[in-house]
Design a protein around this ligand. Structure first.
Ligand SMILES: NC(=O)c1ccc[n+]([C@@H]2O[C@H](COP(=O)([O-])OP(=O)(O)OC[C@H]3O[C@@H](n4cnc5c(N)ncnc54)[C@H](O)[C@@H]3O)[C@@H](O)[C@H]2O)c1
Length: 436
């Protein structure tokens, strides 16, 4: 698959007749009418940030936990409220233009696809989907229906990341051979599935929370809220949580496509929780910014990254907690995550960043160190319908997650057919949807 942004800007659209309803609303200078699915946790931030755009009218709120819904309803008393996104979408089909999906990962694709099939533009939290097959299906649907979509990667438009991209593309370290990226966060769980069940809280509709995933007894503090990330049926581990942010810049800077091989050094799978430590090695086909192939190593879990000579800093400086190191023919570029300038390292010494090598510094903007205001811009871009987002990063992340089911085995990815050469891995590309 080539790198395909969805819709770069409204001007790129062929004719008004083909426009999704969100673009209609904007071109007619009407407010964008939004429906928000999942309004607790990150969904509350998504709601507040999208609604802070003056051209947004929040029409509907949906959550399977009435406590989250009550809090959101206080902020938007005129919005209709729902616990089941299917009912919301059917009932308000003609009263909404865009849908924001901020649920746990396993519900991203079912809710987004239903909205996209109705021609709605979708802002979906990261990682875009829970399965590779869903990511491909969403990409196809967005393309066929000419839809505007965006994924929740706020740092995509931050100064330091854009600067690193331009410096790498201008050849500051020559062709890049290796990227090492890390996060010491641990969204893994090496234990077994807890036995028994707990009473479902009155505020929660557990069947709707499970959604298309298999039926399972409710256990307090194990799934909802947040901890679902650790579990294979609902989340994507630390790769899906932090990898997706940290991969974004190297991915774009190096114009990468999907990897050829993937290997995860981790513990044996339990089928329930993700490994608490992962070291995933991807080999990508080369691009104009890399050597013939590019090696990419991801480390997560407590203590990450493992020591490696590539990660040594001058003056015995400590590595940032999270980040990525580009290793090229002429030096290294460190990109801390986040809100810090990249650092150029040559022959074991820091070098001042030479911005004169960048052809168009005008595209950079200013280094603003205020996350609250910078983060909002990203949401407003969606509302302004002017940014497309490539979903290859999601696919790469999910391939690494699947490799965790086959510790230390190199899996070969056949991009054209969207299959592994190792047949036993293909069963994890998709999962059946439960009727709920
Ligand atoms: N971009 C970022 O910086 C960032 C940060 C945190 C989380 N996230 C993403 O946001 C999403 C949510 O994460 P979270 O930490 O807020 O999780 P959470 O479990 O804390 O909150 C999820 C919310 O969705 C609701 N929900 C669950 N299933 C639902 C359904 N079927 N329909 C409607 N509502 C439903 C829950 O009740 C809860 O209010 C995840 O995809 C996560 O990766 C992104």
């Amino acid at each position: 698959m080539k790198r395909r942004g969805f819709i770069k800007n409204t001007a790129a659209l062929a004719s008004l007749a083909m426009l999704p309803s969100s673009v209609w609303a904007l071109t007619k200078n009407q407010k964008l009418r939004t429906a928000h699915i999942g309004v607790g946790g990150m969904g509350a931030e998504d709601l507040e940030s999208i609604a802070s755009h003056p051209m947004v009218e929040v029409v509907a709120l949906c959550d399977v936990d009435s406590l989250a819904l009550d809090t959101a309803k206080k902020l938007f008393p005129n919005a209709a409220i729902y616990s089941d996104y299917r009912v919301l979408l059917k009932e308000l089909k003609n009263q909404i233009d865009a849908v924001i999906v901020s649920t746990p990962d396993h519900t991203h694709a079912p809710a987004s696809m239903m909205a996209m099939e109705m021609g709605k533009s979708v802002y979906c939290q990261k990682p875009l989907t829970h399965h590779v097959a869903e990511a491909r299906a969403m990409r196809k649907l967005a393309k066929e229906n000419n839809l505007i979509t965006q994924m929740g990667i706020q740092v995509h438009s931050f100064y330091d990341y854009k600067l690193a991209t331009l410096l790498i593309q201008a050849g500051i370290i020559g062709k890049v051979e290796t990227v090492r990226a890390w996060s010491p966060k641990n969204w893994g769980y090496d234990g077994t599935e807890p036995i028994g069940s707990d009473p479902v809280p009155e505020s929660l509709d557990w069947n709707l929370w499970l959604g298309t995933s298999a039926k399972r007894p409710y256990k307090k503090d194990i799934y909802h809220p947040m901890n679902w990330r650790k579990l294979m049926d609902y989340g994507c581990g630390t790769l899906g949580d932090m990898g997706v942010h940290i991969f974004d810049t190297p991915y774009n800077a190096l114009a990468l496509d999907v990897p050829k091989t993937i290997k995860n050094k981790c513990r044996k799978p339990t089928g329930y929780g993700f490994p608490e430590h992962n070291m995933v090695t991807y080999i990508f086909p080369g691009t104009k910014y890399t050597t013939d192939t590019l090696k990419w190593v991801w480390y997560d879990g407590e203590g990450a990254p493992e020591n490696h000579k590539d990660l040594k800093l001058p003056n015995q400086d400590k590595l940032p907690d999270q980040g990525a190191m580009f290793i090229g023919e002429k030096g290294k570029l460190l990109l801390p995550h986040f809100m810090q300038l990249p650092k150029h390292i040559v022959d074991g010494k820091y070098r001042e960043l030479d911005l004169s090598i960048i052809p168009n510094t005008g595209a950079l903007g200013e280094p603003i160190r205020d996350y609250a205001s910078e983060g909002k811009k990203h949401y407003h871009q969606f509302v302004d319908a002017c940014m497309g987002k490539d979903e290859c990063t999601t696919e790469t992340i999910l391939l690494g997650v699947i490799a965790g089911r086959f510790p230390n085995k190199t899996l070969h990815w056949d991009n054209a057919n969207a299959r592994f050469s190792e047949e036993e891995a293909n069963q994890f590309l998709d999962a059946p949807y439960r009727d709920f």
